[in-house]
Design a protein. Structure first.
Length: 316
């Protein structure tokens, strides 16, 4: 491991994704900062930073994934501890930003929880946020501090490019993901298709129309988050029914809750490619799932932010 010599750069991890944090530190060439997260008997979180960070630029790695509220609280308490220990900057590295899907008022009297989380992070003392594939890009505007959004598409596209699949088409499972599908299609020099879903009336199953040519092609479905896998597996089945030769699927954030694994196992999806922004427990590591690492991307982004270089250059 090459060693990064600037002693003012410190990287700490909390409990959500320790393996990813170790990989990131290894990529940068530093040791992870010494800290501990414990609980009082009533469940209150206690955090102890076990080295001096006075005047340092600190990066805290924490996905706010399941259990989301625990991981969010750990992060807020850690930020407060760093602020009180005189860190120069507190950079929050959130591979997965929980509550991102609550980004607007879709119905009357709904909260905008993605904005609330932004307020909490800022109030605690964060000076920058680095995240991968925010569910809605406007979340960047919920903050009054710099937000660097990294992209998962290049990692996923690179994997599929190396598979050298024949006659591919990139498919967005809904209208909202067309921009993402287009970015991947540009990288793989492939056409795109869109699945147009509509529910004719309440409690009547969705009608799926496929916009674009998928006949006899290898379809690659792309989304940012796969949660219960309902949308993606219905889409895969519809593609095969409408003439696709085979279907792959990919996403950045494998939330994979509830019936997700059963649905994927029993679907027409040949392989599901995800990243490690969220830890996959052993029971979710089925043969159909391939997990790619975002550690080199995050490590490079941390070095670039620390050295005041352009982060967007990572995606040129």
């Amino acid at each position: 491991m090459s060693t990064y010599v600037d002693p003012t750069l410190k990287v700490f991890t909390l409990n959500s994704n320790k393996e990813l944090s170790k990989e990131i530190a290894q990529h940068i060439g530093i040791e992870l900062g010494e800290s501990s997260v414990t609980k009082f008997s009533d469940g209150e979180i206690q955090i102890n930073i076990e080295e001096s960070i006075r005047g340092c630029e600190v990066y805290v790695i924490q996905s706010t994934s399941d259990p989301v509220n625990q991981h969010l609280m750990e992060l807020l308490i850690m930020i407060d501890a760093l602020k009180r220990a005189s860190a120069k900057t507190i950079n929050v590295v959130m591979p997965y930003y929980g509550y991102a899907r609550q980004d607007r008022k879709a119905r009357a009297r709904e909260p905008i929880t993605a904005k609330l989380v932004a307020n909490l992070l800022e109030t605690a003392g964060a000076t920058r946020v680095i995240a991968i594939d925010l569910h809605a890009t406007q979340i960047q505007g919920f903050f009054d501090i710099p937000v660097d959004q990294l992209l998962g598409v290049p990692i996923l596209a690179n994997y599929f490019a190396n598979k050298e699949l024949d006659d591919i088409v990139i498919v967005s499972p809904d209208h909202g993901g067309v921009t993402r599908a287009r970015k991947m299609a540009d990288r793989l020099k492939a056409p795109i298709a869109i699945i147009d879903k509509r529910r004719p009336r309440p409690n009547v199953s969705e009608v799926m129309n496929i916009v674009g040519n998928i006949e006899g092609k290898t379809a690659i479905l792309i989304d940012d988050i796969i949660d219960t896998a309902g949308t993606i597996t219905l889409a895969a089945n519809a593609l095969v029914e409408n003439g696709a030769k085979e279907v792959y699927a990919c996403c950045t954030h494998p939330v994979l809750s509830g019936p997700a694994m059963d649905r994927i196992q029993n679907s027409q999806i040949k392989e599901l490619v995800v990243t490690n922004t969220i830890v996959l427990p052993e029971e979710k590591k089925i043969d159909k799932v391939t997990q790619l690492s975002v550690a080199p991307l995050l490590g490079e982004a941390i070095i670039r932010v620390h050295e005041q270089l352009s982060v967007s250059k990572l995606f040129d």
